[in-house]
Design a protein around this ligand. Structure first.
Ligand code: ASP
Length: 324
């Protein structure tokens, strides 16, 4: 029988609704009480690592989750399920994807409806995630996100709706598999990616979103000794308003790495336009284009590359594409 470790970190899957209709955390995590789920089919080991709403998660805690998984793998666990708040689930999942040298399946899940709401999706998602983590076919696929009967890659999945249970989507590429009545089925393969095995994380890596008429004010606010890196969600395929350029240049002059992605969650950023503030000029200035990742994931990737101490060239190579 497969041994599966469930690491609980909190989120709506661990919360419940009170008589006023407010969703609140519980002192006793309800999803952690589901220890007998799939009894006789898997051996479930439970670790209540945190009980946090996911807006309280930080890269330091993501690193603690990673370290817990490494320890469990060394101890002979066959697969891991992490329950997590959905708001930052994709960031933790992608952090793990970039940093875990694991061969065993690692699956992240959550819920959109808390534990006592009608139609609560928590137990169902948890059960599906355990089934995926226990399946031989789930090995070597990177970190997976299982929600609403779909299997997504941590690399491309994103939360697309504030409340709908079908919120997790992989916009450009689609899910890589489905959970059909207890059975995980895959129909896409991921391209291999290298991992950075970290033991610490850097701070002060920021994310800005471009908008029509943007000027340099927000960029200048980051022009200080602490700023370690910046991701910019550019307009369209990766362009910026010309009024931002002097402030962007001031950050580059300080050797602050700047990554450019698109503010749209479909498609990839490319240096196509040759006008002031167009992607071609931005690349020539030294911005690094990152293809296929949204802003929050590109920020995690930059943070991981900087935490690993990658030199400039290696960092550029690491960031250039989401399919290295
Ligand atoms: N809405 C969130 C969730 O679904 C709350 C959180 O992310 O902790 O879990």
């Amino acid at each position: 029988m497969k041994k599966i470790l469930a690491i609980h970190t909190g989120g709506t899957i661990s919360m419940s609704q009170n008589s006023r209709g407010e969703v609140v955390p519980n002192a006793k995590n309800p999803i952690a009480q589901e220890a007998t789920i799939l009894e006789g089919r898997v051996q479930l080991i439970t670790d209540e690592l945190f009980n946090l709403p996911s807006p309280h998660m930080t890269p330091t805690q993501m690193l603690q989750v990673k370290q817990r998984i490494v320890k469990a793998e060394a101890a002979g666990i066959d697969g891991v399920v992490i329950t997590h708040g959905t708001d930052t689930l994709e960031e933790t999942a992608y952090f793990l994807d970039l940093t875990l040298p694991s061969k065993i399946p690692v699956v992240v899940t959550g819920a959109m409806r808390s534990s006592n709401e009608i139609g609560s999706d928590g137990v169902h998602n948890f059960r599906s995630a355990i089934q995926v983590a226990a399946a031989d076919e789930s090995q070597g696929k990177g970190v997976l996100v299982v929600m609403n009967d779909e299997i997504h890659t941590a690399r491309y999945v994103t939360k697309t709706h504030t409340t709908n249970v079908a919120t997790f989507r992989t916009p450009t590429f689609g899910p890589i598999g489905l959970v059909v009545k207890d059975r995980p089925t895959y129909f896409q393969q991921l391209i291999h990616q290298g991992v950075c095995d970290l033991d610490h994380v850097v701070d002060h890596v920021y994310l800005l979103k471009a908008f029509a008429g943007m000027d340099g004010t927000l960029f200048d606010a980051l022009n200080n000794d602490q700023t370690a890196g910046l991701v910019v969600e550019g307009l369209g395929v990766g362009n910026l308003p010309p009024q931002t350029l002097p402030a962007v240049q001031r950050l580059l002059d300080r050797h602050i790495p700047i990554v450019l992605v698109s503010r749209f969650y479909n498609g990839v950023a490319e240096d196509i336009y040759d006008y002031q503030g167009g992607g071609i000029e931005l690349r020539k200035m030294g911005l690094m284009l990152c293809q296929g990742l949204n802003g929050q994931k590109a920020r995690i990737k930059l943070l991981v590359g900087l935490s690993a101490g990658l030199p400039q060239d290696a960092l550029q190579e690491f960031l250039k594409t989401a399919v290295s």
